[in-house]
Design a protein around this ligand. Sequence first.
Ligand code: SF4
Length: 319
Amino acid sequence: MNNQPLVQVKNLSKYFQINKKEILKAVEDVSFDIYEGETVGLVGESGCGKSTTGRCLVKLYEPTKGEVLYQGKNVFDDNFSKNKLQYCKNIQMIFQNPYSSLNPRMTVKDIVGEGIRIHENVTENELDERIEDLLKSVGLNKEHMSRFSHEFSGGQRQRIGIARALSVNPKFIVCDEPISALDVSIQAQVLNMLKRLQKERNLTYLFIAHDLSVVKYLSDKVIVMYLGMIVEQAESVELYRNPLHPYTQALLSAIPEADPNIAKTKERIRLKGEIPSPINPKECCRFVERCMYVKKICHEEMPDLKTIDSKHKVACHLY
Ligand code: SF4
């Protein structure tokens, strides 16, 4: 693994102005590094800002504050614009919904080949060969090239989406909940395929999910977000062995246990209430309304993301 992070996110915030008075703070002051070849899992409930963070990384959203550095260069800097095409080639995204992320009017060949046509000078024969190889690597075949996306199952559509992301030989892929819209029986196949492709192509992933058990299988590091902010960040083994933040503890307790003996003794932490609105949030701990360990200071001050040791950071006044 290289010593210089491939991607650095520094104090990233993304706000959406709802009306004159209301601001939706989707992401606030988020910082993390992603090294070449690793998988970073980004986890949290719907609306916690994980997809917005991913979209800022692929430049679908411009951050309100903060920076995204790719190989040490700020991708939102004006000087970076001449590298824009190269950046688009190096960074790709696999979308959550394989039903809406593929153009129904385009054939598989056009969908998968579009990026290659834009970035490279290839003949029609070369293009066909490349697409055939890509389809093979995601478990499809050349007969599928002339078909339209509505002719495929959800799992197959997601494979087409993955082939599209791979078509321009990216270094880094933002996987935005790539299995959450799929049947459970298909999820493991797609996860195994992503793992294999990472090894074969030396890919780096930001893997976004709401389920900590999925992230455990793939990730080297895990970042837990709650209401737009990072609440805990640790190496994967460390986070599952020793979760510190009350929210992470609750998420981990919700993972079903396969062993009936362990399941009997496992205590489920049930959080009270729903995730609050990210519109005009209070300047205190964002988890304050649902936390079972709440103290006076939690209502008064926002906890910093403290470094507990080299592998673990947590934002909570208990530490
Ligand atoms: Fe709970 Fe307070 Fe920690 Fe927030 S800072 S998670 S309210 S103990």
